[in-house]
Design a protein around this ligand. Structure first.
Ligand code: NAD
Length: 393
């Protein structure tokens, strides 16, 4: 009888698990159902561009029905309420209960506010296409308000966190806001855009020359970096910093970090600080018929005590391996161990500039080659998910 494979999450991990499992398994061997809270697969590494207004939503939100439905994968648009791994069932917000033989949990991560007072209530985040649209609309509304009131709070944007998300977002603002200001009759030099980073530098994962290059390029285009100073509190129109200073702003965008999805951390699967622990074959360490892909799992390289970072490239590779291992589990073959390939890190600094450290020998890229490489990696991903099945059939 056809086994029931249930996949939770339509991000990189979930979509790749669905496609690679479907590529391996016939309909007679497995029925595959994917549940996602949105009707689209969202390319979250490109959301900053939607927030800045340089691309349209269709470029980062791909209809799941088109991507998966046509390939014999059932798509359910609903949110997961809870997972009951001891009963092999999942309850959805819409009220239905789904049974499974094999479960793939790929529910991603959530924003971590670190308990900073007022932050969750008073900040915007960049975790979905809807969030990106909200940021763009909010920034435009504040600029319109500034045009009328002349109030500096309306002309000040604070981005909390100088990791990849924060830096790529200020890069888009640096590119796009001069044009938006011009169209509204506002002088761009009136606008203050801060990127506040608690650590000693932005982009700590990159080599020093690339960090310096990023700061120089963005500072020239109007971004103010405050490093070595944490955000300690936020209200509707003020951001408080650890050194006692305050920035008056009613646009606070928080990109200060992520944590495991709480549904996964509390459902009874073995976990470590809110993220599921996995075997080298990406099965839950407590429930062998549950596979994990992406940010909601914690994966340690062999012999290391530092887990892999929660990145899109790892989620993608985890998803693909989970699909193969599901086929092995159903047919009784040997499963493969997770052994990721790192292609490097690329950050865009607006449309025409970027930095990156790529390949096994960490080749450093900057300027147009880096932004073209980032563009190419996105195109490679899109052709991969669209072509995976076509190539196989
Ligand atoms: P992150 O955790 O990588 O960076 C958050 C930053 O916020 C850190 O530098 C941290 O020091 C800072 N911070 C934390 N608390 C603070 C405070 N109170 N005040 C000021 N600063 C504070 O988060 P991210 O940038 O959202 O990235 C999450 C994951 O997604 C990472 O693994 C990243 O590699 C990945 N990502 C990759 C890309 C890309 O490949 N281009 C783009 C975006 C995200």
């Amino acid at each position: 009888m056809s086994k029931q494979i249930l996949i939770l999450g339509g991000g990189y991990g979930g979509v790749l698990a669905a496609l690679s499992a479907r590529k391996e398994l016939s309909a007679a061997e497995a029925t595959i159902t994917l549940v996602n809270r949105f009707s689209t697969h969202q390319i979250i590494t490109e959301l900053h561009r939607l927030a800045g207004g340089t691309i349209k939503e269709g470029a980062v939100a791909l209809p799941l029905n088109k991507l998966l439905g046509s390939k014999g994968i059932n798509v359910l648009v609903d949110s997961v309420k809870n997972i009951n791994p001891n009963e092999n069932q999942v309850v959805l917000d819409g009220g239905s209960t789904l049974k499974y033989d094999y479960l793939v949990v790929a529910l991603g991560s959530e924003t971590n506010y670190f308990g900073i007072p007022g932050l969750e209530e008073n900040s915007l985040v960049l975790k979905s296409a809807a969030d990106a649209n909200k940021i763009r609309a909010h920034v435009e509304a504040r600029l319109d308000a500034y045009k009328k009131s002349g109030d500096k709070k309306d002309a000040t944007i604070v981005v909390g966190g100088g990791g990849l998300t924060g830096v790529e977002l200020v890069g888009e603002f640096a590119d796009k806001l001069p044009e938006i200001c011009r169209s509204k009759g506002i002088n761009f030099s009136d606008i203050s855009i801060y990127c506040v980073e608690a650590g000693p530098s932005i982009l700590p994962m990159l080599p020093k020359p690339l960090i310096e290059r990023s700061v120089e390029s963005l500072t020239k285009r109007g971004i103010k970096f405050l490093t070595g100073v944490a955000i300690t509190e936020a209200s509707k129109d003020t951001v408080s910093l650890k050194d006692g200073s305050k920035i008056e702003s009613n646009t606070i965008i928080w990109t200060g970090g992520v944590k495991g999805n709480p549904i996964v951390g509390s459902c009874g699967l073995a976990e470590d600080r809110g993220r599921s622990t996995v075997t080298p074959t990406l099965q839950s360490t407590s429930h062998a018929n549950v596979f994990l892909a992406g940010d909601c799992a914690v994966v340690f390289p062999e012999g290391s005590e530092r887990p892999y970072p929660p990145t899109a490239q790892l989620a993608w590779q985890m998803g693909e391996l989970v699909g193969l291992n599901l086929a092995a589990a159903i047919r009784g073959g040997a499963m493969e161990k997770f052994n990721p390939v790192f292609s490097g890190t690329l950050a865009s600094l607006g449309r025409k500039d970027g930095v990156g450290s790529i390949g096994g020998n960490n080749t450093q890229l900057k300027g147009l080659p880096a932004s073209l490489m980032k563009e190419a990696s996105n195109i490679r991903y899109l052709s991969h998910i669209n072509g995976l099945f076509a190539l196989a059939h």
